[in-house]
Design a protein around this ligand. Sequence first.
Ligand code: CA
Length: 340
Amino acid sequence: MTETRPSRLSAEVDFERDGKQTGFIRLFHSVHSSAYGFIPIPIVVIRNGEGPTALLTAGNHGDEYEGQIAIGNLVRSLEPAQIHGRVILLPMANFPAALAGRRTSPIDDLNLNRAFPGNPDGSVTQQIAYYISTALIPLADIVFDVHSGGSSLLYLPSVSMKASPDKAFEQRALAALQSLGAPLAYLPRGGQGTGADDTLGGEAVRQGIPALGSELGGAGTVTPAGLRIAERALRNLLVHMGILPETARIAADGPMRVTYVGGADYFVYASENGVWEPCVELGDMVRKGQLAARIHTPETPWAAPAEVHFARDGMVLVKRVPGRTLRGDCLFHLSTDALG
Ligand code: CA
């Protein structure tokens, strides 16, 4: 970041002090119902001497809950004497969105994970992004932003990482990813062609810090399996970083399957408005040209449903949840065991 303008937010915790400190980041927001008030974004810092720093975040999307629970469990169970270095825990990064159980903030309708690096004088979500970019990420040696599919998507529980053209940097991130003990990983390669990476992880990579992520389920709810993967991943990352001792590692159930998500041909979008009928299940291996979904128009039941097809071979990694769909909605995307 070349930006030097100060953030308007301030933390009640001192990141340089040893011990476990809990408190709030204060985002002053003077509104009709609360003149002079602040939005209290919970934050915890656990520090024991010099050493590496892990920044663990969740609630970036407020309708994704595994990370909010797992980071809370870690806040209550992790003690300074157990660690070497520092853990910064931010379980409800977009606090207004998390409190509302929504992907986007009810205050400004913004998606925090499309707001980085943020703006110190912008709207509430832009101010949060700027604070994370300028006050938290620079303290970190690794960032893990815990996600799931949210209200509209359901993923096979998986972990991921941000790509980088710097191969040595990417190897460091991959080693951290491999340490998490998750059953499935996917590496983004190509994306959706939306330009600059304005996510939290993208900002970390711009600052030279490896950024891990996850998609632990979704559908606006929590599963025991997704939560278990989150808990294990957070602990194992701290072991990998040398913050927790090797004895704290939680064994994986098996090897991690590493897959790739490439460009536009990995994605299937609704071609019409209507009620969509998925023709495959999560985890299915599909072939190019295979029927992915039918989109029905029950208001004209005599009209044939539209059909959409997969544009390539792959494994179904994610599906849309709501039954109604609009043209342009993502219905599925695939991952593959190898690129090509
Ligand atoms: Ca998400």
